[in-house]
Write a protein that binds this ligand. Sequence first.
Ligand SMILES: *[C@@H]1O[C@H](CO)[C@@H](O)[C@H](O)[C@H]1NC(C)=O
Ligand SMILES: *[C@@H]1O[C@H](CO)[C@@H](O)[C@H](O)[C@H]1NC(C)=O
Ligand SMILES: *[C@@H]1O[C@H](CO)[C@@H](O)[C@H](O)[C@H]1NC(C)=O
Ligand SMILES: *[C@@H]1O[C@H](CO)[C@@H](O)[C@H](O)[C@H]1NC(C)=O
Ligand SMILES: *[C@@H]1O[C@H](CO)[C@@H](O)[C@H](O)[C@H]1NC(C)=O
Length: 463
Amino acid sequence: MAFAATALLLLFAACGVNTQSTLQADLNSPSSIRSAAKTVARSLLSHYNGDEPGQTIGILPGPPPKGPYYWWQAGAMFGTLIDYWFYTGDDEYNGITTQAMIFQAEPPLNSYMPANWTASLGNDDQGFWGMAAMLAAETNFPNPPQDQPQWLALAQAVFNTQAARWETADCNGGLRWQIPPSNGGYNYKNTIANSVYLNLAARLARYTENSTYSDWAERAWDWMVGVGYIDAEYNVFDGGHVEANCTDLNRVQFSANAAMLIHGSAIMYNITNSEKWRGRVAGLISKTVEHFFPDGIMVERACELEDKVQCNVDQHSFKGYMHRALATAAIVAPFTRQGVMTVLRSSTAGCVKSCLSDGTCGFRWDTGSYDGDVANGPAGQEMSALAALTTLLIEQKNQGPFTNKTGGTSVGDPNAGSNPFVLKPLPPVTPGWRGGAGILTAVVLASMVGGLVWISGPWGENI
Ligand SMILES: *[C@@H]1O[C@H](CO)[C@@H](O)[C@H](O)[C@H]1NC(C)=O
Ligand SMILES: *[C@@H]1O[C@H](CO)[C@@H](O)[C@H](O)[C@H]1NC(C)=O
Ligand SMILES: *[C@@H]1O[C@H](CO)[C@@H](O)[C@H](O)[C@H]1NC(C)=O
Ligand SMILES: *[C@@H]1O[C@H](CO)[C@@H](O)[C@H](O)[C@H]1NC(C)=O
Ligand SMILES: *[C@@H]1O[C@H](CO)[C@@H](O)[C@H](O)[C@H]1NC(C)=O
């Protein structure tokens, strides 16, 4: 019998079947959630070595082909870790977070446009770091020493450099996806660039009570509706090209686009207490729950298909942004709270079953077990699991984002980032955000090979 059991184990190991038990987490117990989150955080941070000698501070292994992760994903990871600290109180990773956030801002401009990563520098990539800095201000994350750039000023620098890039010559406005004209994707005006911009504008407006920012959030919303990226049913599509005046709508739906809008709109509702923004928040959340949470568990439907997963490394991290956006909406738009908590709880229950006891997490959350999907990550999977677990603690924390008037201590600079600065364009390479546009490119290439005009991709059945 013993021999048979050993043989079976060896067979499992040989077949790559993981015999480890699943992560234990009682989602009704805050201390159990905290302990499971700590395990997942440790597993996530095992992929980060930027704090080790000879490594580059603040990046995950990459960008491709040097490793799987583009520059922006580390920014998203540090944002996730700031939330982790805020919700759990565990400050184990605060030191490396501050170090990375300051280092990658890069002086003298300190606006998250480091020369090293120009070749994959999109407005969204820059924006994910900017949103992490904004979150640090909103959560009163320990302020950097006075001679270093401050959280609020970093977020303002990102906002200011992006506001300067808003251009009306094509598509009646909007931000392009990429920043350097030489990058592939410079001709794509997409939802992620503009929804991250809206998100940052709304949060700066709330924190500083400066209406310049909220005017920009309104403008960004109106523009996205104007070009049809957000439709009347609150579907959120991916983008269009300037050659087509943005009318060649790429109808693929990624959760990250909707997540940025949910968060930003909830903040705008909180500031304005208006029916207009209330309707937008309600509409976005209801469509999101219907589309991305079939059976109450999150599915990245554009690429997480029933029979196969086609999501790239970026897309493997999207679920966490949605969980975090919904959690913030539950706090700043309390009318959404009951519905949001229900779906966050059921989705997180699915997520936990996708993790192993050592904090390794899978991508599919709706199968009841670990899927062994490590090819496209796994930092993104673990960021998502960490976000899902920690945001359940909003019930206990019950603390909205601070503002300058309600205890926020971060010092800003309304003119941050506005010094003259010329980007050194590098030869075009594959850009950082591999959301819709990467897919669009693949589809266009495929249809060119087939001699067809692009109409709809293989994603059509899922949209
Ligand atoms: C840029 O790359 C160089 C060479 O690898 C490295 O020394 C430097 O720390 C990097 N800077 C940033 C902001 O990543
Ligand atoms: C481009 O689209 C905008 C609306 O998004 C419209 O106002 C403008 O007239 C269009 N321009 C051209 C050249 O078709
Ligand atoms: C934030 O509040 C401080 C006083 O608490 C004030 O000096 C400062 O000007 C305020 N900053 C903004 C951006 O309103
Ligand atoms: C704004 O958010 C706070 C939590 O930070 C909440 O107490 C307040 O009710 C919200 N305002 C509105 C209009 O919902
Ligand atoms: C409000 O923000 C805008 C945009 O950054 C800035 O130009 C303006 O000086 C700010 N106003 C105040 C009172 O800080």
